[in-house]
Ligand binder design. Sequence first.
Ligand code: 5GP
Length: 347
Amino acid sequence: MIIESDLKLDFKDVLIRPKRSTLQSRSEVDVDRTFKFLHTGGEWTGFPLIAANMDVVGTMAMAKALSRFGAMTALHKHYPAEDLVAFFRDTDTTNVFYSLGTTEADYDKFQHVKAKAPVGKVCLDVANGYTERFVRFIGRMRTENPDLVIMAGNVVTGDMTEALLLAGADIVKVGIGPGSVCTTRKMTGVGYPQLSAIIECADAAHGLKGQVCGDGGCTVPGDVSKAYGAGADFVMLGGMLAGHDECEGDLRYEERDGQRIPVAMTFYGMSSDTAMKKYAGGVAAYRASEGKTVEVPYQGPVEGTMQEIMGGVRSMMTYIGATKLKEVAKRTTFVRVGAQLNTVFGG
Ligand code: 5GP
């Protein structure tokens, strides 16, 4: 029996230590990054945040809204092919990922859409990125689509990050079990603390000139800053972007002062009972659901949340004296904490 006894950390276990700096104000910092991709040679510039390819948040409306902030969206994979063709044809999709799993049906649909519309980026998404089959699938996608930016995951260790990059991925998605509506840790006992996963996978990826996307576990803007501090090139968000006008969740209304107003919206994991019933006719007998269904407060347009997130990142940068987002990881020193938030008036 091998027990790894190095301490592994989550976002909640650390804070970022402030550093002396000459920066005067948040407006002096630049939250955009420019990346060259490992296999495609192409370049992308923007705010490296990605809406998760989940039913409720990975929507076409979200893609349009986030793109105005230079941020990206991984579309969920349940749009009909013709809707995707129309979207990729008619919209500027620089900031959009087409998502697919590894089934033949997913692959055929992708080929069909790509033949009719320009798709520049894909998100190859499986719950467990550790299978040989997944590595082979990435290899096939790379060989057949040399110009495609491929983000693939999920994994949580340096060895597998390297394997996916070498197989053909440009960006490796990191995170097993940290998600807001994920029950993988509870159902399987498998996982890895997300901050440490990002640190270790980023080290491995940067050694090969690839990138990582920290996926899952961000609950407040400060967690997004910590993910960048840990070395995440991109950060993917599900729960923090749920409950907005751009989402495709069911709204719940309440009567207030004679008016019907939206108060909450459904949000669910992609392996929850809700998702499996919707798309696969129920939970197959051999597997357990690994996702929750929840209600989140209705939050209006996503613009307000994006301003909060970007404002938080800018402010973090002034605290540590980073003019550019690229410098953040180098200028970050984490301090381990026993408690990070004052909860006297609630969480
Ligand atoms: P969040 O930002 O909500 O904490 O995490 C979003 C991420 O959770 C997604 O990008 C995806 O990787 C993961 N996720 C989404 N649905 C499920 C699910 O049903 N089960 C598990 N294990 N993870 C999920």
